[in-house]
Design a protein around this ligand. Structure first.
Ligand SMILES: Cc1cc2nc3c(=O)[nH]c(=O)nc-3n(C[C@H](O)[C@H](O)[C@H](O)COP(=O)(O)OP(=O)(O)OC[C@H]3O[C@@H](n4cnc5c(N)ncnc54)[C@H](O)[C@@H]3O)c2cc1C
Length: 409
């Protein structure tokens, strides 16, 4: 990756500057520095927002990611309006340049479909959005270290190991920052040595699945988000500014095994919705671990956890990025207030639980309802008899659709 790469095509503003370290000498500069106010693990939206805000407040920040950036991520790519408004309010609206505006949700249960106008979503591919946010953090002063795997030690120091097979591979650098923010997502590994942060994972949870398609398997206008609901899972489709279609799904891993793999199960879901499964032929599928999970704690000593790394439920309402962004903002504020002596140590857990638990509980209830075979089949036959019933389901699923009650059959 070129560290001076600029986004000129559609935003023209953010420069990665040379704060993205991708060569051994820049990396070693960062790693030999003795003190950092904060080290943030994970350069997704949560980590980048926290890095950006702490840097703006004058703290020295190192943002580490094990991936080489930019990196893609399994995601429906629809940023909800609340998340977009948060970015605008922070002067970061240009990271959404080129995003496709989605204002209609087309929900398909079996062959019945219904469309509802929704509060706008911004559809943008994750490699672009995340790299723009990381670049904005770098432009604000954060030092960004891609390609390094972080591990939080029992004494709250961090071991950093180069993820590449060449150069400094194998060597471990230990750093001891004043605060450690873990934003390493749902597949993160940085807390593996810290059993007090252990996950409790729902055994009946679904897995996430994503792919980029050249064409949509169902009719899909650029302003539409299609949701295909099936007893074995659900699947979202949206146009991206790259010209591709983003497919993201949450599926039952046992059903996927029976169907011969995640691809064949997605084909089944598409076919059941009256779509063309051939649109997925030859695509590269990417998967996630089991989705629904919670940490036993989100703060201990100088370590705090945020974004997906703190807990997750199935992504049915398309709010995960918004929650990550908001928790990044909240975490930066919390650290600042703690430095000013305005917050007692240990109050991150209470703040996190207050703001996130309610959202996640709602999401959890919806996802449970949708996987209930009998209820779903009843809903399917119900919408065939009374198509208006589907609009009720859409309102339940899509945040903001209740404010836009226009329903078209
Ligand atoms: C199928 C699916 C569809 C979704 N659809 C939507 C949607 O439409 N809208 C929406 O808002 N949300 C959606 N989400 C949720 C959204 O993708 C996440 O909530 C969001 O990415 C969380 O951001 P984050 O910053 O917490 O973590 P992430 O974006 O996951 O970033 C974590 C980063 O940590 C890094 N990392 C991991 N371990 C280490 C380590 N040990 N050392 C260093 N780095 C590490 C990873 O490389 C990664 O870059 C969806 C999720 C799934 C699974």
């Amino acid at each position: 990756m070129n560290p001076r790469r600029e986004y000129t095509a559609d935003s023209g503003t953010h420069t990665t500057a040379d704060a993205l370290a991708d060569d051994a000498s820049t990396a070693s500069d960062m790693l030999t520095r003795s003190t950092w106010d904060a080290v943030i693990i994970g350069a997704g939206p949560g980590g980048s927002l926290a890095a950006l805000l702490l840097s703006r407040l004058g703290y020295s920040v190192l943002l580490v990611d094990r991936a080489n950036l930019p990196r893609d991520k399994v995601c429906g790519c629809c940023l909800a309006q609340t998340g977009a408004m948060t970015l605008y309010s922070l002067g970061l609206g240009d990271v959404l340049a080129g995003a496709v505006h989605v204002d209609t949700c087309v929900l398909r249960i079996g062959r019945s479909s219904n469309r509802v106008h929704v509060r706008p979503y911004f559809a943008i591919d994750r490699a672009t959005l995340d790299h723009r946010l990381t670049s904005a953090a770098a432009a604000a002063g954060a030092r960004v270290l891609p390609g390094w795997h972080a591990s939080v030690r029992p004494d709250d120091s961090i071991d950093l190991r180069s993820a590449s097979m060449t150069g400094t591979a194998g060597s471990v650098v230990n750093i001891r920052p004043r605060a450690v923010l873990v934003a390493d997502g749902l597949g993160g590994t940085s807390l593996d040595e810290r059993p007090e942060f252990g996950w409790s994972i729902r055994s009946a949870s679904r897995i996430g699945l994503g792919a980029k398609l050249q064409r949509s398997p169902v009719r899909l206008a650029p302003n539409e988000l299609a949701m295909l609901i099936h007893p074995s899972g659900y699947l979202g489709l949206v146009h991206l500014h790259t010209g591709e279609i983003d497919l993201a799904a949450a599926i039952d891993p046992n059903r996927a095994r029976e169907a011969g793999g995640p691809g064949p199960l997605c084909a089944e879901i598409i076919e059941a919705s009256g779509g063309d499964p051939g649109a997925c032929d030859g695509v590269r599928w990417r998967g996630t671990p089991l989705l629904t999970r919670a940490r036993s704690c989100v703060e201990s000593g100088r370590v705090m956890v945020l974004g997906d790394a703190a807990g997750y439920v199935e992504p049915i309402t398309g709010e995960g990025m918004t929650w990550a962004i908001q928790s990044g903002v909240a975490a930066a504020g919390y650290i600042h207030e703690r430095c000013l002596g305005q917050r007692p140590e240990g109050s991150w857990s209470a703040q996190y639980n207050r703001t996130m638990r309610r959202h996640r509980r709602r999401c959890f209830v919806i996802s449970r309802m949708l996987r209930h075979d009998a209820a779903l089949r009843m809903a399917m036959s119900g919408v065939n008899v009374c198509p208006g019933a589907l609009s009720f389901v859409v309102r339940l699923l899509v945040p903001g659709s209740d404010r836009f009650p226009r329903v078209t059959a």
